[in-house]
Ligand binder design. Structure first.
Ligand SMILES: Nc1nc2c(ncn2[C@@H]2O[C@H](COP(=O)(O)OP(=O)(O)OP(=O)(O)O)[C@@H](O)[C@H]2O)c(=O)[nH]1
Ligand SMILES: [Mg+2]
Length: 427
């Protein structure tokens, strides 16, 4: 009997957007080569750019770190009052059936059954929040369109001006051309309305995003399923881990967390707070200890405890690139000693507010850590949300979730259609 038959697969996401075939992950993203050996000069340059942005971010984070440490030392009223009560646990994890698959959307669901459709009101509420979060991006994108198309025929100049607007909104050249091509086909030389442009934009952006809007699947034939979370510092790794742990535990899975960012006391404490909130044990070590050793230790402990999922937090100090990359490679390598397929999921958090720099970050972490899925964070309030479209077009990595705030339930499975409509200001 094929092993695949008995494996349990949990997935997280919106089933209505699940394409028939899994997304091909580029070969190179599955290996963990030496960054110096594989990164072409263009990437090295990109890393240089990333360094600048990271250093700026680090300055902000230092203040955050202090406040995080303070928060731990003297909890705020919100923190004092019972850390959010652990999510309600269902009686048992749904057992696999039929194809042996189980899906987790907003909560754990059996894949062989139709996904419970989210309450229309709740879904609508979420869409409104996404729209609100993306309002600045949408304004940036659509603000000038009326001025460009009103009382003008759709000609070369108009199309060029539209393309410029699309590029300024970080959508990327490929998608910009796609939109202007779709607009001009059948409409060239005619009047077009602003509404028509928005509708075409939403359609074309939706088409680019659709293939990457995949649910996160956890293969529980691996026990634990190991999720390694990587990304530049400040992009939301630890917060996303907390939000994800909340979803998993609410779905009845047992989760263990590993504080693999061993460089900052505040980072370890921050993860411990999320551990308490979600009822997930946190494996931590002393400050400055070897992160790979900690990851190995946590993997052994999670195996011994029979945990369903182990989520490993990491540091993101790109400014010390060589060291960080060596550390990430080593983490991947030692996990592989306990299970050659581990880490089973390598999630990268990408901060939407960083704009074009986010592209460089994906390039780097994909090559070094074998990233096979993304979470786009901080989509609330950014003017740079269009970068998600450019990343989707270029890297075609699944986007499992989007983050729209700092709270535990501010993480939603990614929906291509909703995102496209929100960004184009349609619907
Ligand atoms: N507005 C908003 N803030 C977020 C979101 N996700 C994370 N944050 C905030 O961004 C800041 C950095 O998040 P962290 O989770 O600490 O980021 P990190 O990647 O773990 O950072 P390092 O540990 O320094 O590498 C925190 O203040 C978070 O509350 C989001 O989706 N929206
Ligand atoms: Mg962190």
């Amino acid at each position: 009997m094929a092993l695949g038959f008995i494996k349990k697969v949990f997935s997280f996401g919106r089933q209505d957007e699940q394409p028939a075939a899994p997304l091909p992950v580029p070969e190179e993203s599955l290996s963990t080569p030496d960054i110096n050996a594989v990164v072409p000069p263009s990437v090295a340059e990109a890393v240089g750019n990333a360094d600048i942005a990271v250093e700026e971010h680090q300055a902000e984070l230092t203040a955050e770190d202090e406040s995080a440490a303070e928060a731990v030392a003297a909890p705020s009223p919100a923190e004092q009052a019972p850390l959010d009560p652990p999510p309600a646990q269902p009686d048992s994890i749904p057992s696999p059936r039929g194809d042996g698959k189980v899906t987790v959307g907003k909560a754990v669901e059996q894949k062989a059954e139709p996904a419970p459709v989210a309450e229309p009101a709740a879904r609508q509420g979420w869409f409104q929040r996404l729209r609100q979060g993306l309002a600045r991006t949408s304004r940036e994108l659509t603000g000038n369109i009326a001025g460009i198309v009103t009382k003008r025929k759709l000609d070369e100049d108009t199309l060029q001006e539209l393309e410029d607007v699309l590029l300024r909104a970080d959508l990327g050249m490929e998608t910009a051309i796609r939109i202007t091509d779709a607009l001009s086909s059948g409409r060239y030389g005619r009047d077009v309305s602003e509404g028509e442009v928005r509708t075409v934009m939403a359609q074309e952006i939706g088409k680019v995003l659709q293939p990457v809007a995949l649910p996160l699947e956890l293969d529980l034939a691996h026990k634990p399923h190991v999720i390694l979370v990587v990304g530049v510092n400040g992009t939301g790794k630890t917060t996303t881990i907390g939000k994800l742990a909340a979803k998993l535990t609410a779905g009845g899975l047992s989760v263990m967390l590993a504080a693999g960012d061993t460089f900052r006391a505040a980072a370890i404490e921050q993860l411990k707070i999320w551990g308490e909130r979600t009822g997930s044990p946190v494996i931590a070590t002393k400050l400055g200890a070897d992160a790979a050793g900690l990851a190995y230790d946590a993997f052994e402990k999670a195996k011994a405890a029979g945990s369903d999922v182990l989520i490993i937090d990491t540091a993101g100090r790109l400014q010390n690139k060589a060291e960080l990359m060596a550390e990430l490679e080593k983490i991947v390598r030692v996990l592989g000693k306990l299970d050659p397929d581990a880490p089973h999921t390598v999630l990268q958090t990408v901060d939407a507010t960083t704009g074009q720099n986010a592209m460089n970050q994906v390039e780097i972490f994909r090559n070094v850590a074998g990233v096979n899925g993304l979470v786009m964070t901080k989509l609330d309030g950014t003017a740079r949300g269009g970068i998600l479209v450019a990343i989707a077009a270029k890297y075609r990595l699944p986007v499992y979730f989007v983050g729209v705030g700092e709270q535990v339930d501010d993480l939603e499975p990614f929906s291509a259609g909703e995102f496209a409509k929100a960004i184009a200001g349609v619907g």
